[in-house]
Design a protein. Sequence first.
Length: 433
Amino acid sequence: MSVLDEIPVGPDARVYAEGWQSWSPTTWHGQGDPILRPAEPWQHAMRFRPGTEVATDAVQGEGLLVVDPGDGAPARVFGTLDARREVPTLRARWHGDRVIVDTIGDVADVSSWTPDAGGDDTGPSALAAFGDRFGAAAGARTAARSPRVWCTWYQYFEDVRAADVIENLRAIDDRGLDVDVVQIDDGWSLGTGEWTAPHPRFGSLASAVDAIRETGRRAGIWAAPFSVGAGSTVAREHPEWLVGDAGRNWGDDLRGLDLTHPGVREYLATVFGDIRDLGIDYVKLDFLYSGAIPGARWDADATPISAYRSGLELIREVLGDDAFMLGCGAPILPSVGLVDAMRVSGDTFHEGGEDGSQGLRGRMSLEARSWQHGRFWVNDPDCLVARPEFALRDEWAEVVLAAPGIRGFSDRIDGLDARGMQLVRELLKESVA
């Protein structure tokens, strides 16, 4: 641990700490606020940075930390300007009337400066200044407009069928909804490690994609390409492709793939070549953190981060530069320049939370990361859920309508009541800078 600075602060001082990936908690912290840590071991792998201990007595950021002294003095930025191979872990702890900032690793990996900003918004101005600087250095992809997307997930989950897609496609046209992309989420295939095997329950993926494209819209699809289930065909037949533990989901332990291994790269090229050949040019790439977990790799010189980036570069090469790539569960800073959009929070809810009982789960991080939109990519604040069965739909709509980025919704359209349809139309006409 190397000390970077000791900053005099007032009682209203706060610290912004950037989380490792999309689902990692990210916010501004005041003195005495709870330290956000994993409650269970699996949460460390899936919500924090695998292989890096989470501090018990300090605010921890991965690659970016901002200290706003809270007394009118300028904010101080600490961060990396090159996340292609390494991302430093940064920590800030209060010590009396000072905040001590330190880093794990080489201090040469950390830049620090006071942006030219003042007034009452020194913290947000500092984040914007970092975003401009880092985004330019990383070649951020910021030219794309924010798409308007209908997604299958929060209505159908893994039980989606091609007939559901086509029904809602017709309803979009019947209602005159301004939708650019129809995205088929999880449920179209047998799952991680079985991507070349469409799920018999879903029906014809090709027919669903053709129906979408015949309306002039982009066809989108979900995949979690860097994870495989421990019981999957890929894991059983190719144990040499696996790196290590990536958490648990779909009733199976997850393993990360070695994205430097020639066999893995050929496998991914085949999967995404097939997706491209179907006419799909909008992909939501989920559980991407699995490509950056620590472990031995075929390329001994690769770091977890450089291996991860090589996997995204491969998918981009296969799909083409005009494809729209949306990252989710993805390391934040290492993804800049490689994806067009990024989920900036956890899911709105999981199965069983359709009544709103899980609260507004993504609100904290998506509001804290609003500055990344237009500097790193198009932000994805997750979908509006407008049906009356979701008890928090008005509260969630207020958050989503105010957030910059993708305008997405995920309901069976014919099941919406008048209020739900009103919220959808407000979402689709919104243009948030």
